[in-house]
Structure formats: C-alpha cells, structure tokens
Design a protein around this ligand. Structure first.
Ligand SMILES: [Zn+2]
Length: 59
C-alpha cells in the first residue's frame, strides 16, 4: 500500500511537490475534508514564521 495523499498536505502547503504530485494532490484535496482542514491550518504557518522571524533579532 502506497502512502496516502494526506501525508502530502505539508509538502503541498510548502510548495515542495513535483508538478505531477501537486496536480494529483489538488484532485485529492477537492474530495477530502480532512486535507482541506489541514491545509487551512497550515496556511497560517508561513505567516507565523514571518512574524517570529521579524520579532527575533538576527544572529
Ligand atoms: Zn486527504
């Protein structure tokens, strides 16, 4: 059994998927409430990282 598409949510959110995998995941996403929910939560992550980075002094 190959890995379920669910595990690709993080890679998808970070833009790490190959174009083929990206497309395949989007097809899965429209039918998967779990992944939609997961993606909604992950969508905040880059913004959070930016915020943390901007508050933390460089060094
Ligand atoms: Zn899913």
């Amino acid at each position: 059994m190959s890995s379920p598409p669910h595990v690709e949510v993080v890679a998808y959110a970070l833009g790490l998927l190959d174009p083929e995998d990206h497309e395949a995941f989007e097809l899965h996403l429209v039918e998967c409430a779990d992944c939609q929910e997961e993606l909604r939560e992950l969508a905040d992550v880059p913004a959070l990282l930016d915020e943390v980075r901007s508050r933390r002094p460089r060094g």
